[in-house]
Design a protein around this ligand. Structure first.
Ligand code: 13P
Ligand code: SF4
Length: 362
């Protein structure tokens, strides 16, 4: 539905009043009404870099989810303040790895004598505490756009024989699908090299032998939005739409990315569609705000949603125009609201892991 014109007017006025003091970031899964006011849009990697590159902005208004705003706080100076327009905009995947559980898992690896050959790699979609754990143990953060280089780098750091062909292990947090898809599709590891550590079970539900043999220890986490896409969806759309190109996010299950033609981050998905042949057909497996927007922006393409049932990310959708207007008007009035602050010790070690990601080649 079109936004309330009064609210749009208030948003314009508040944005203009803030001027250069504020910088508004918008993730590609945000609503159109919010994206209209973003100074820059991007995937989580691009937004982290953009936040770090704006030292002049007093306020970073982050239209995305909590872990992205935390990362922006970590990457900006103490004088800069990061605002998340609705504090309830979390991420169910990030919530699947809790720091106490991760510390316990690490203790299991230590007891079995495999921790010394293991390096943690955490997906951006995790709390600052998990990123700090990763930094303390010499690992790196990654996003869906650099998971391959991050894993190659990680395998070069550990093991009696280093490298992807070597003997080291990666503890990959918290998205099992991104970890598995990258290890198998990009690094050439086998499905048998991957085990799933279930934090709700003793020893992760794994035997000592399974942990000793594994190369990728995948945390049992997933995205509830991307988890809905199935191999059947791919089969169905191929039957309905001849010559369809299937383009999915790497948070989808392994069978889905294996059946797809192209796999990549939200920014990659948008770039692929921007460069597509006019008249070509695409079935896109990611969040619906993004798919609808690219479909509208590309009337020359046939854009289908990979799953017929509507699927927004409910937490991304919490940031709506009323929340953005409230946040910006509060800042105009000199009232700080919904500031995201990471405690100093976590911020230090999380920054080590984030800086490691930013220093990866490519
Ligand atoms: P991107 O890094 O591809 O933008 O993904 C972020 C995210 O939350 C996907 O679910
Ligand atoms: Fe988290 Fe999935 Fe939403 Fe991304 S789409 S923010 S991973 S729940």
């Amino acid at each position: 539905a079109p936004s309330d014109p009064d609210l749009v007017e208030r948003a314009r006025a508040a944005r203009a009043a803030l001027g250069e003091k504020a910088f508004v970031l918008g993730h590609h899964y945000q609503r159109d009404e919010v994206i209209d006011f973003a100074d820059v849009t991007g995937d989580s990697f691009k937004l982290a870099r953009e936040a770090a590159a704006r030292p002049e902005a007093e306020y970073i208004v982050f239209c995305g989810v909590h872990f992205m705003a935390e990362s922006a706080d970590i990457l900006t100076s103490d004088a800069q303040q990061v605002v998340l327009p609705d504090l309830a905009a979390g991420c169910s995947m990030a919530d699947m790895a809790e720091i106490g559980q991760v510390e316990e898992a690490w203790a299991v690896l230590q007891d079995l004598g495999v921790a010394g050959d293991t390096i943690p790699v955490t997906y951006m979609n995790s709390s600052a505490a998990i990123k700090a754990f990763t930094g303390r143990h010499g690992g790196t953060v990654c996003t869906s756009s650099n998971a391959e280089v991050a894993l190659r780098w990680a395998f070069d750091q550990v093991g009696g024989t280093r490298g992807v062909e070597g003997t080291g292990k990666v503890l990959f947090l918290p998205d099992q699908h991104l970890g598995r898809n990258t290890a198998v599709q990009k690094l050439g590891l086998s499905l048998d090299d991957c085990v799933v550590f279930d934090p709700r079970k003793p020893d992760g539900g794994l035997t000592a032998q399974e942990l000793a043999d594994a190369r990728m220890i995948l945390w049992r986490g997933h995205c509830s939005v991307h988890g809905r896409f199935s191999e059947q969806n791919v089969t169905d759309i191929r039957a309905q739409v001849p010559d369809v190109n299937v383009l999915v996010h790497p948070e989808c299950r392994h069978e889905v990315v294996t059946a797809a033609d192209y796999v990549g981050s939200t920014e990659y998905i948008i770039k692929m569609l921007d460069a597509a042949e006019p008249g070509s057909s695409w079935a896109v497996g990611t969040e619906l705000n993004l798919v609808r927007r690219v479909a509208r922006e590309h009337p020359d393409l046939q854009v289908h949603y990979l799953d017929k049932t509507v699927c927004f990310c409910s937490t991304m959708n919490r940031i709506d125009l009323p929340h953005l207007v409230w946040a910006m008007e509060s800042l105009v009035a000199g009232r700080m609201v919904n500031r995201i602050v990471v405690d100093a010790d976590d911020a230090h070690w999380a920054r080590v892991a984030l800086d490691q990601m930013l220093a990866l080649p490519g």
